[in-house]
Design a protein around this ligand. Structure first.
Ligand code: MRU
Length: 347
């Protein structure tokens, strides 16, 4: 499933807030509409919002009839607004910066038409590269798990979270394609239920047996259901290997460590932030408390209840067994403040 479509010149997003009940494609006509879609999670998942951000800049460029220098200033202003839509997944800022850099190069010695074309080409390249990254991560991930068949996963990391393909879920889909007799346990992923609504949908569509569990059952399930590995995605990986991912990931990593099973992160190198030294430097998005005090719009707590609603948490590198990227196993550049041999810290 690719959650983004180009229908001629029309840019369409699959509204993921309505899944699994309704399949509605919405047309995005400008930057403001894309920011709304990103902030409200109509489009979500780190790689997917990176692609969406690049395409938003292409819409901004297309709408402009300004000369090159004015267009570049317009793109800068739009970029700042897009980056602020969601702070944790670095793919968003990474894609925006990549597109801006392409625009800047084109604007140096050509006119606005070339800038517009460069912005569109770079945005499409980011999308295409993400599809390739998903394929490569699936291959590397499948090789990493030569025999395992019982996996627990969190949030949604499938095609819906990327440009089609997936990260952690992409690995499971690849194992299935190779004939592995898989069993998957998917956490609900409160408060917004990406696991229940989206991961279960993607696994069912692939014909993979899946059991849904409430987040609070995960540590127990790891033991009682004989889970062999926990696989998750990432929203930002710091240079030291700390991983920000959907809230609840840290608890899963602790549960996996205690049970002696691997906790494996699958993410494209666009999720690595070499400028972020450690997890402490990763900005964690806090969302509206109403997401915690209600389910599907219905209040579940007394009026006036205060709630803590971080959308992500940070798993320290020491609890992460491996990080699998499209380039193979990623190793942190620094551990305990010291550079380590063979560390990449690359994008
Ligand atoms: O809030 P979301 O739904 O955007 O959070 C998504 C996640 O946390 C995913 O695990 C992460 O982006 C990796 S997706 C390939």
């Amino acid at each position: 499933v690719d959650p983004i479509r180009l229908a001629g010149e029309r840019l369409l997003l699959l509204d993921q807030t309505l899944l699994p009940g309704k399949e509605r494609w919405i047309e995005i006509r400008d930057v403001a509409a894309m920011i709304e879609a990103i902030a409200s999670l109509r489009i979500r998942g780190a790689p997917a919002i990176g692609i969406a951000a690049g395409l938003a800049l292409a819409l901004e460029a297309k709408a402009s009839t300004d000369p090159a220098h004015v267009l570049l200033a317009r793109l800068d202003a739009a970029a700042a607004r897009i980056k602020a839509a969601r702070p944790t997944a670095v793919n968003l800022a990474w894609a925006v910066d990549r597109v801006l850099a392409a625009a800047g190069r084109a604007g140096k010695d050509s006119g606005a038409g070339d800038v517009r074309e460069a912005v569109r080409a770079e945005a499409l390249a980011i999308w295409e590269e993400d599809r390739g990254a998903s394929r490569a991560m699936a291959e590397h991930g499948a090789a990493f798990f030569p025999t395992e068949s019982r996996f627990l996963t969190h949030c949604n990391t499938g095609g819906l979270a990327t440009g089609g393909g997936g990260t952690a879920l992409g690995v499971l889909l690849e194992l299935r394609r190779r004939g592995r007799d898989l069993r998957v346990w998917a956490t609900e992923t409160r408060p917004l239920l990406q696991g229940a609504r989206l991961t279960v949908l993607e696994l069912q569509e692939a014909g993979i047996p899946v059991r849904l569990l409430v987040d609070g059952a995960a540590a127990f399930a790891i033991r009682t259901e004989r889970i062999e590995a926990v696989v998750v995605g990432a929203d930002r990986i710091a240079a030291n290997g700390d991983v920000a991912n959907k809230v609840g990931s840290l608890g899963l990593a602790l549960g996996a460590r205690d049970a002696g099973i691997p906790f494996v992160v699958v993410a494209p190198t666009s999720s690595v932030d070499p400028d972020c030294p450690s997890g402490e430097d990763i900005p964690i998005e806090e969302r509206d408390p109403v997401e915690v005090t209600s389910v599907a719009g219905r209040p579940t707590a007394p009026g006036g209840t205060a709630a803590y609603n971080p959308a992500f948490d940070v798993t320290p590198a020491r609890l992460v067994t491996a990080i699998i990227t499209e380039a193979g196993l990623w190793r942190p550049r620094v551990v305990g403040g010291r550079p380590i041999e063979g560390g990449s810290g690359h994008r």
